[in-house]
Design a binder for this molecule. Structure first.
Ligand code: MRU
Length: 335
């Protein structure tokens, strides 16, 4: 099954796949004003670092069509850029779009559509480069891949980053199975990654988040491949909560831990992970499961959306342009 683009522009509005309905319903919705764009990003109706970047860029273009006054556009851009703080792609895409402010609404739209087109091409290139690296490390044999959250087509415009590598490996006949963490509390793995793999006929099993390190320790996993929301200059990597335990287990077991991220997710301005702002989300996401309260009335929750994996646990960062090995003296090379 081929998925529609996760984010698109229909000539008048931003169109997204409404991801809160997956896997039961694949529906697209039109976002016709800036408030709707921000709401979709905050609710995770559109999610994944590259996808929210593209949505943010198109949101700026939409704002300019609705009110071409400079102040209105820059205010809208700031509101969009701060909708979610951890994924650097969002601010990056909004600021890149704003550089065309002097060119008016058409210039802003042109830039946003360029970012959209680049994202699709980027993921294909990243997938091939990452797959080459995995084969080099693990050998050209059917591999079991452990992943977390959703860094797939639905986290980008199409194809995906971590799942882009999986798709490239699958096209070469090199995927035995993908182990998919369910990814509490919002279940992006169980709902969205599983949906994508099933649609593509790629073998997978869903597991509770705690099973990931266990599978690695038991020798079931050949390589861990995850996405990223922000990679600091030293290689410290923010990604969905639950990534760090996989990295710890992988290091202990000698299993490669690969971060798949477009160049737009690399943030040379952030020196290390301690400077990455981690989004805190509503307590009810943890206290409830699919909208049903599962905890006693007095329960409180701590709900960070992401964790930070220190760079010494990262085997490599695969981008569309390079394989980067963070480590001593290996801070983010420019370009
Ligand atoms: O909260 P989410 O669902 O936006 O978190 C998504 C992730 O953590 C992804 O792994 C990351 O954004 C990379 S997407 C290619």
């Amino acid at each position: 099954m081929s998925l529609p683009r996760t984010v698109d522009w229909d000539g008048e509005a931003v169109v997204i796949v409404e991801q809160t309905l997956l896997p039961h319903r694949l529906e697209r919705v039109r976002l016709t004003d800036v408030g709707a764009v921000i709401d979709a990003i905050v609710r995770l109706a559109v999610r994944g670092a590259p996808a929210i970047g593209v949505t943010g860029a198109l949101g700026v273009a939409l704002a300019a069509r609705l009110d071409p006054a400079r102040r209105a556009i820059t205010d809208a851009a700031e509101a969009i850029a701060t909708a979610r703080p951890t994924a650097v792609n969002l601010r990056w895409a909004v600021e890149r779009t704003l550089r065309r402010l002097d060119d008016g609404p058409e210039g802003l739209l042109d830039e946003a559509l360029t970012i959209l087109a680049e994202d699709a091409a980027t993921c294909r290139a990243l997938g091939e480069r990452g797959a080459d690296f995995v084969v080099e490390r693990c050998g050209a044999r059917p591999l079991t891949v452990q992943t977390h959250c959703n860094a797939g087509a639905l986290a980008t415009v199409e194809w995906g980053t971590a799942l882009g590598i999986v798709r490239s490996l699958h096209a070469r006949g090199l995927i035995a199975e993908v182990l998919v963490d369910e990814t509490r509390p919002l279940l992006q793995g169980a709902r969205i990654t599983a949906f994508e793999l099933e649609a593509d006929g790629i073998a997978y099993r869903v597991q509770a988040d705690g099973a990931g390190p266990c599978a690695i320790a038991r020798g079931m996993v050949d390589v861990v491949i995850v996405g990223a929301d922000r990679v600091a200059a030293n290689g410290d990597t923010a990604n969905k909560l639950g990534t760090y335990p996989l990295a710890l287990a992988a290091a202990r077991a000698g299993v490669p831990f690969v971060v798949a991220a477009p160049e737009s997710t690399l943030d040379p301005a952030t020196p290390d992970g301690s400077h990455i702002e981690i989004e805190q989300r509503a307590e009810r996401e943890v206290l409830e499961l699919a909208g049903v309260r599962i905890t006693p009335p007095g329960a409180r929750a701590w709900n960070p959306a992401f964790d930070v994996t220190p760079h010494d646990l990262v085997t490599a960062v695969a981008t569309e342009r390079r394989i980067w090995f963070p480590g001593p003296g290996g801070d983010l090379p420019q370009g």
